[in-house]
Design a protein around this ligand. Structure first.
Ligand code: SF4
Ligand code: SF4
Length: 131
Protein backbone atom coordinates (compact mmCIF):
# COMPACT_ATOMS: atom_id res chain seq x y z
CA UNK A 1 0.00 0.00 0.00
CA UNK A 2 2.85 2.53 0.43
CA UNK A 3 2.89 3.05 -3.35
CA UNK A 4 -0.54 4.70 -2.99
CA UNK A 5 0.78 7.34 -0.60
CA UNK A 6 1.66 9.95 -3.30
CA UNK A 7 -1.84 9.66 -4.78
CA UNK A 8 -3.46 9.92 -1.36
CA UNK A 9 -1.42 13.00 -0.49
CA UNK A 10 -2.09 14.59 -3.88
CA UNK A 11 -5.83 14.09 -3.53
CA UNK A 12 -5.83 15.22 0.09
CA UNK A 13 -4.04 18.51 -0.52
CA UNK A 14 -4.99 19.07 -4.15
CA UNK A 15 -8.50 20.39 -3.52
CA UNK A 16 -11.71 19.29 -5.22
CA UNK A 17 -11.52 17.99 -8.78
CA UNK A 18 -15.01 19.23 -9.64
CA UNK A 19 -16.68 22.65 -9.54
CA UNK A 20 -18.38 23.62 -6.31
CA UNK A 21 -21.84 23.88 -7.90
CA UNK A 22 -24.09 25.77 -7.22
CA UNK A 23 -21.61 28.25 -5.71
CA UNK A 24 -19.54 28.08 -8.89
CA UNK A 25 -21.71 28.03 -12.00
CA UNK A 26 -20.18 27.09 -15.32
CA UNK A 27 -20.91 29.31 -18.32
CA UNK A 28 -22.71 27.36 -21.06
CA UNK A 29 -20.85 26.53 -24.24
CA UNK A 30 -21.52 28.58 -27.35
CA UNK A 31 -24.68 27.31 -29.15
CA UNK A 32 -25.74 25.35 -26.06
CA UNK A 33 -29.48 24.70 -26.01
CA UNK A 34 -30.90 25.98 -22.76
CA UNK A 35 -34.59 26.58 -23.28
CA UNK A 36 -37.11 27.67 -25.88
CA UNK A 37 -38.03 31.34 -26.09
CA UNK A 38 -41.01 32.68 -28.08
CA UNK A 39 -41.39 36.12 -29.60
CA UNK A 40 -45.09 36.99 -29.56
CA UNK A 41 -44.52 40.02 -31.78
CA UNK A 42 -43.25 37.86 -34.65
CA UNK A 43 -45.47 34.77 -34.30
CA UNK A 44 -48.50 34.59 -36.63
CA UNK A 45 -49.90 31.38 -35.09
CA UNK A 46 -49.38 29.54 -38.36
CA UNK A 47 -49.13 26.22 -36.47
CA UNK A 48 -46.02 24.89 -38.23
CA UNK A 49 -44.11 24.41 -34.99
CA UNK A 50 -47.13 22.70 -33.39
CA UNK A 51 -47.36 20.18 -36.22
CA UNK A 52 -43.63 19.46 -36.34
CA UNK A 53 -42.81 19.24 -32.61
CA UNK A 54 -41.83 15.60 -32.01
CA UNK A 55 -42.62 15.77 -28.29
CA UNK A 56 -46.09 17.35 -28.57
CA UNK A 57 -44.83 20.16 -26.41
CA UNK A 58 -46.82 22.77 -28.34
CA UNK A 59 -50.47 23.30 -29.10
CA UNK A 60 -52.52 26.17 -30.46
CA UNK A 61 -55.98 27.58 -30.00
CA UNK A 62 -56.85 29.71 -33.01
CA UNK A 63 -60.13 30.95 -31.50
CA UNK A 64 -58.40 32.29 -28.41
CA UNK A 65 -55.30 33.27 -30.42
CA UNK A 66 -53.01 31.28 -28.13
CA UNK A 67 -49.83 29.31 -28.59
CA UNK A 68 -49.43 26.93 -25.64
CA UNK A 69 -46.06 25.52 -24.57
CA UNK A 70 -45.50 22.60 -22.17
CA UNK A 71 -41.86 22.91 -21.04
CA UNK A 72 -41.85 19.57 -19.19
CA UNK A 73 -42.42 17.74 -22.50
CA UNK A 74 -39.85 19.70 -24.49
CA UNK A 75 -36.69 17.80 -25.42
CA UNK A 76 -34.91 20.97 -26.66
CA UNK A 77 -34.49 19.45 -30.12
CA UNK A 78 -34.61 22.87 -31.87
CA UNK A 79 -36.93 21.67 -34.66
CA UNK A 80 -39.45 24.44 -33.93
CA UNK A 81 -36.80 27.15 -34.10
CA UNK A 82 -35.45 25.76 -37.38
CA UNK A 83 -38.79 25.58 -39.17
CA UNK A 84 -40.57 28.70 -37.86
CA UNK A 85 -41.12 30.85 -40.97
CA UNK A 86 -41.21 34.04 -38.90
CA UNK A 87 -38.09 33.27 -36.83
CA UNK A 88 -40.25 33.74 -33.75
CA UNK A 89 -38.53 30.97 -31.74
CA UNK A 90 -35.02 31.00 -30.31
CA UNK A 91 -33.14 28.57 -28.15
CA UNK A 92 -31.45 30.61 -25.46
CA UNK A 93 -28.50 29.58 -23.31
CA UNK A 94 -30.23 30.11 -19.97
CA UNK A 95 -31.09 26.78 -18.33
CA UNK A 96 -34.51 26.16 -16.94
CA UNK A 97 -34.56 25.35 -13.22
CA UNK A 98 -36.06 22.01 -12.21
CA UNK A 99 -39.80 22.18 -11.59
CA UNK A 100 -42.03 20.28 -9.19
CA UNK A 101 -45.26 20.75 -11.13
CA UNK A 102 -45.67 20.70 -14.90
CA UNK A 103 -45.80 24.29 -16.08
CA UNK A 104 -47.91 25.53 -18.98
CA UNK A 105 -46.95 28.72 -20.79
CA UNK A 106 -49.52 30.58 -22.88
CA UNK A 107 -48.42 33.06 -25.53
CA UNK A 108 -50.58 35.58 -27.38
CA UNK A 109 -49.13 35.95 -30.88
CA UNK A 110 -49.27 39.45 -32.34
CA UNK A 111 -47.47 38.71 -35.61
CA UNK A 112 -50.69 38.69 -37.63
CA UNK A 113 -51.51 42.21 -36.47
CA UNK A 114 -48.03 43.43 -37.28
CA UNK A 115 -48.21 41.66 -40.67
CA UNK A 116 -51.56 43.37 -41.32
CA UNK A 117 -50.14 46.71 -40.27
CA UNK A 118 -47.13 46.20 -42.56
CA UNK A 119 -49.40 45.38 -45.52
CA UNK A 120 -51.61 48.42 -44.83
CA UNK A 121 -48.56 50.65 -44.59
CA UNK A 122 -47.18 49.18 -47.85
CA UNK A 123 -50.56 49.68 -49.58
CA UNK A 124 -50.66 53.36 -48.60
CA UNK A 125 -47.04 53.83 -49.71
CA UNK A 126 -47.43 52.17 -53.14
CA UNK A 127 -49.71 54.78 -54.79
CA UNK A 128 -47.37 57.51 -53.63
CA UNK A 129 -44.41 55.67 -55.19
CA UNK A 130 -46.28 55.26 -58.48
CA UNK A 131 -46.93 59.02 -58.84
S1 SF4 B 1 -43.83 30.28 -33.48
FE1 SF4 B 1 -43.44 30.35 -35.70
S2 SF4 B 1 -44.01 28.30 -36.48
FE2 SF4 B 1 -44.89 28.52 -34.43
S3 SF4 B 1 -46.99 29.27 -34.78
FE3 SF4 B 1 -45.67 31.08 -34.45
S4 SF4 B 1 -45.02 31.73 -36.50
FE4 SF4 B 1 -45.82 29.62 -36.71
S1 SF4 C 1 -37.47 22.34 -29.00
FE1 SF4 C 1 -38.29 20.44 -29.96
S2 SF4 C 1 -39.48 19.47 -28.35
FE2 SF4 C 1 -39.15 21.59 -27.70
S3 SF4 C 1 -40.96 22.70 -28.41
FE3 SF4 C 1 -39.39 22.89 -30.01
S4 SF4 C 1 -39.82 21.19 -31.44
FE4 SF4 C 1 -40.90 20.73 -29.52
Amino acid sequence: MPWMLPTILKNFFGGPATRLYPAEVREPFEHARGQVSFNEDKCTLCGTCVRRCPAEALSQDKEKNELVFYPARCIICEVCADICPRKAIDLIYKWRLPFYTKPVEVYKPRGKESGKAEKEAAATREPALNN
